[in-house]
Design a protein around this ligand. Structure first.
Ligand SMILES: [Zn+2]
Ligand SMILES: [Zn+2]
Length: 449
């Protein structure tokens, strides 16, 4: 039996995302997040033509850590007691897919709704499928006892709804795990609640994200909404906007900007499916009048041209028959539309034929939160062909360096283990005048707290 608490990092080390932190306390073992490491995976694979075929391939390159007693494919008793997922982004949640179904997966209620909906629309996906997972939903205020460890989830603001940080009480003292968080979104008070709880716990160790050390800027989600409104106002043709499907804050910003300019927002089937699930099942989002439901007069659904539709797609189109538009319909009403549109939809431009005075807005910057890397060269060729200027309007889902430093200064943890960032040395130098000891994490090494 171990008397100390030990942390081992199986992901999120020197890279943005892929968090998998094993916490051992006495004979209790829990994982904090179990995500897909986009950067590491991208070193070997490039979907769709070079995609991993099996779990074995992922283990070969340590994309999935080589651990015994945790994967469903192995016939043995589970060696871990629980997994805690901070939020629904794939770099935190996807690889729960491979875990033994007898291991309980704790996550926020919104995260459960999103993961189940995402799993349904990504048909037959090796790396993400939550079928048969035993989700144990939590809310802020809950205290979850797992053996000698007590986990307190506290909501934080991030670019997906239902994100949490954890304050974890162990036999060596308390730990604080931020997950992904920020202070410049639409709900900074939630992040402040987490900071307050973490501070009260006087943590012996803290595991913060450090995504934006080399990509900081000053803006906010409300500012993004203002900029979108201005661009749409000045555009005479169609407005095409690329943004993350599960980023409800951004959806709200684009929707508000479209509505203010008397336009309809047209969203793809996948986004419509997620929004319907959230509006039906999530108590908080249902009440938020700024987030539209699919029956809203300014919302329409985009039917891309293809030979066959999945059952969920056909059912959704039947439920909202009057809302569905295809490219030829959109082409006729360009000045009335804002179309949610990603690089993978570009083929539809042949039918839409954007009129002179149309615009493309890129409202994304985080390929590690999505599955794809944007192919800028090809994208530029398309935009050039159709005479579409490219506007970039975005703000990150992650905390900025100065605010992170203030946060760490306020919480005063004894030790800091920075993860979820590509520049841990930069992080540790920038933070080196704090009173906390900063440890540069190595993958799969054990750290005693
Ligand atoms: Zn992340
Ligand atoms: Zn995230």
């Amino acid at each position: 039996m171990q008397s100390k608490t030990i942390l081992t990092f199986y992901g999120g080390v020197n890279e943005i995302g892929g968090n998998k932190v094993l916490l051992k306390d006495k004979d209790t073992k829990i994982f904090l997040d179990f995500g897909m490491p986009f950067a590491l995976r991208g070193q070997f694979y490039s979907a769709p033509f070079l995609a991993p075929k099996s779990e074995k391939s992922l283990l070969e390159f340590d994309i999935l850590p080589r651990l015994s007693g945790i994967y469903e494919s192995e016939n043995s008793e589970p060696e871990i007691d629980a997994v805690f997922i901070s939020h629904s982004h794939m770099d935190h949640a996807a690889y729960t897919t491979f875990l033994k179904k007898s291991i309980p997966v704790y996550c926020g209620e919104t995260t459960k709704i999103l993961l189940e909906a995402l799993s349904k629309i990504r048909v037959r996906n090796l790396e993400f499928n939550v079928k048969d997972i035993q989700f144990k939903p939590f809310r802020t205020g809950d205290k979850i006892q797992i053996g000698s460890v007590e986990v307190e989830p506290v909501h934080v603001d991030h670019s997906v709804p239902g994100a949490y940080g954890f304050v974890i009480h162990t036999s060596s003292g308390s730990l604080a795990y931020t997950g992904d968080f920020r202070l410049h979104g639409t709900r900074p008070e939630m992040t402040k609640d987490f900071i307050e709880k973490a501070k009260e716990a006087k943590p012996v160790a803290m595991i913060p994200e450090g995504t934006n050390m080399a990509g900081a800027e000053i803006s906010s989600e409300p500012e993004v909404e203002k900029k979108l409104t201005k661009i749409i106002k000045g555009t005479s043709g169609i407005v095409l906007v690329d943004f993350a499907r599960a980023d409800v804050d951004r959806l709200r910003s684009v929707y508000q900007a479209a509505k203010r300019n008397g336009r309809n927002l047209v969203i793809p089937l996948k986004q419509a499916y997620l929004l319907e699930a959230l509006k039906q099942k999530d108590k908080e989002l249902r009440k938020d009048p700024r987030i539209p439901n699919l029956n809203d007069e300014h919302i329409m659904i985009f039917q891309k041209a293809k030979k066959r539709y999945y059952v969920w797609e056909r059912e959704l189109m039947e439920r909202y028959q009057t809302k569905v538009v295809d490219s030829s319909k959109i082409a006729k009403k360009q000045s009335r539309m804002v179309l949610a549109f990603s690089f993978y939809d570009f083929e539809e431009l042949v039918e839409i034929k954007p009129k002179p005075g149309s615009c493309y807005i890129s409202s994304v910057s985080e390929p590690y939160d999505e599955e794809m890397q944007i192919d800028y060269e090809r994208m530029t060729n398309w935009l050039n062909h159709y005479g579409l200027p490219l506007y970039h309007v975005h703000i990150s889902g992650h905390i900025m360096p100065l605010q992170l430093k203030e946060t760490l200064q306020a919480i005063k943890p004894k030790q800091i283990f920075p993860i979820h960032g590509a520049y841990p040395e930069l992080f540790s130098r920038f933070m080196s005048n704090l009173k906390s000891k900063i440890t540069l994490v190595e993958r799969e090494k054990e750290y005693t707290v």
